[in-house]
Design a protein around this ligand. Structure first.
Ligand code: ADP
Length: 491
């Protein structure tokens, strides 16, 4: 498993939750998994300790670079899963304050950074084979940062005896097609690939280098994180220019829904929460709500608290939320927002918070504990995403009894059952849909949710159905297991 971030080491978004949980689930199913990560600076503050494994000589366009590989062992909370985590050190490239950017600006040498990481991955395969007699059956890659591994396997590493590349299958999982790893065409040689691959049939995209495109073309299989998103990305609206490339691989494209780490996100044991609760005893949820109101200096009333936690980007549709604040404030609700991202959106919400300080709580920044406390203390979770490959926050909301109001798209449509009569009578409804990418549709959905909130039996039904929904990794890990085993057998 090759990833550019994973909990509990480094996180900027949902990707890290997936790559922190899935390999352990696969280990529980009997797979021998090694997770490879860059040795970012934040790993030193992760509270984990690492032990040297080996030095590897990694080829780069500037010549070979010696890199230290270190190991940490993660154990599954339940079951006997055990995961080796190996980190790839390169102080010049990874020992920095951010993962991909600093103060909102991408590092200008990201192509060098992740080319290096992918080339180091190939050297790890060779090392495992020659020094540990451990043959890599399959590489599971995630997003543009690791897509080059699939390209290297089929090109510059293809004939290396020590890698045995033809025996290694590669699966690339797309967590968000909106992020493709685009770089100026003039930087192509930084990848170390022959110039012949800089053409529209391979990594070129309108004179730029497109790493995700390369991965989609060269991986043996492509997956994405929900069945609906797997269909959506074949269309111009969601494919971000790669819909044609994806349609070419449609027979090797599968949507597998993400799960969540149900040990880390468990309202019965969550130590970030001021009180714990379960589906059968929800008194603690009220305590969480009051504590959240206090934390944000909001009056401790029974008004529904709407929670939002998101990267502040246009993908998440929070600009729509900003435009309806005056109408929303005319209703008896409170709003709590945790997020960081685009400076304009941050400024908009700061101004709104200043204007409605007794009704809106705002925290600009990244705060894992507060994310848990919002999931625990809010009544409603708002996700007006324009597109959402899977989305994890709505899954946490279901588990924490916080009713999700979501745009009907991607994984949100696959995981939230809207309150329509049929679903309600079957006891399956768990939330509300925002039907269109428009502020009035968001307002209508929130009005409806706030109205239903007053009808306690229906509301409690939504909470119970949500809290008892299976959002664990177990089911999805089985899907990956089946795919991996099939690919390795087909050879
Ligand atoms: P994405 O991966 O597109 O950001 P997801 O819903 O899949 O969206 O996952 C978001 C994850 O990141 C969730 O675990 C959420 O709690 C977390 N998160 C997002 N923003 C913040 C923040 N400002 N502080 C803490 N956690 C955050």
């Amino acid at each position: 498993m090759v990833a550019s971030e994973a909990v509990p080491y480094a996180k900027t978004g949902g990707l890290a939750d997936v790559t922190g949980a899935l390999p352990l689930e696969l280990a529980k199913l009997g797979h021998d998994v090694i997770l490879l990560l860059p040795r970012y600076r934040c790993l030193n503050e992760s509270g984990r300790s690492f032990h040297p494994v080996c030095w590897l000589r990694v080829p780069t366009p500037q010549g070979p670079v010696d890199t230290l590989v270190e190991e940490d062992i993660l154990l599954a909370g339940q079951g006997d899963g055990r995961l080796r985590v190996w980190t790839i050190q390169n102080q010049a490239l990874f020992d920095r304050p951010g993962l991909y950017q600093n103060q909102g600006l991408d590092y200008p040498d990201n192509l060098d950074r992740f080319s290096f990481f992918c080339r180091a991955t190939i050297e790890v395969i060779a090392y495992l084979r020659s020094s540990c007699r451990w043959n890599t059956d399959l590489l599971h890659l995630h997003d543009w940062q690791t897509a080059l591994c699939a390209v290297y396997l089929k090109t510059i590493a293809q004939d290396r005896q020590d890698v045995a590349a033809p025996e290694v299958r590669s699966v690339l999982t797309l967590h968000n097609v909106g992020y493709q790893g685009l770089f100026p065409g003039g930087q192509f040689e930084h990848t170390g690939l022959p110039l012949s691959l800089f053409n529209p049939e391979a990594l070129e995209y309108y004179a730029s280098v497109n790493l995700l495109k390369g991965g989609i073309i060269y991986a043996d299989y492509v997956t994405t994180v929900s069945p609906t998103y797997a269909r959506e990305i074949l269309t111009p609206e969601f494919g971000f220019g790669l819909e044609g490339v994806l349609r070419n691989r449609e027979d090797r494209l599968l949507g597998i829904l993400n799960g969540i780490d149900i040990d880390r996100w468990n309202p019965e044991t969550d130590s970030y929460l001021p009180a714990n609760y379960s589906v059968s005893d929800r008194a603690g949820k009220m305590a969480c709500k009051q504590s959240l109101q206090r934390e944000f200096q909001l009056p401790e009333t029974s008004a529904p608290v709407l929670g939002m936690i998101a990267r502040l980007t246009s993908q998440k549709g929070l600009d729509l939320a900003a435009t309806i604040i005056p109408e929303l404030m005319a209703m008896d609700v409170q709003l709590v927002l945790l997020g960081t991202g685009e400076p304009d959106l941050e400024a908009t919400f700061k101004a709104l918070q200043a204007r409605y300080s007794h009704r809106i709580g705002l925290r600009i920044g990244f705060d894992e504990g507060l994310a848990h406390r919002i999931e625990g203390g809010a009544d409603v979770f708002v996700m007006p995403s324009r597109y959402e490959p899977c989305g994890l926050s709505q899954l946490y909301s279901l588990r924490y009894g916080t009713v999700p109001v979501v745009r009907k798209t991607g994984g949100l449509a696959d995981t939230v059952v809207p309150l329509i009569p049929q679903a309600r009578h079957a006891g399956r409804a768990t939330g509300f849909y925002i039907e269109a990418d428009r502020a009035d549709a968001l307002l209508a959905a929130l009005r409806n949710a706030v109205k239903v909130y007053q009808d306690r039996p229906i509301w409690e039904g939504l909470i119970e159905a949500g809290m008892t929904t299976d959002v664990s990794w177990a089911r999805s890990a089985n899907d990956y297991d089946r795919l991996f085993v099939t690919l390795v057998r087909e050879g």
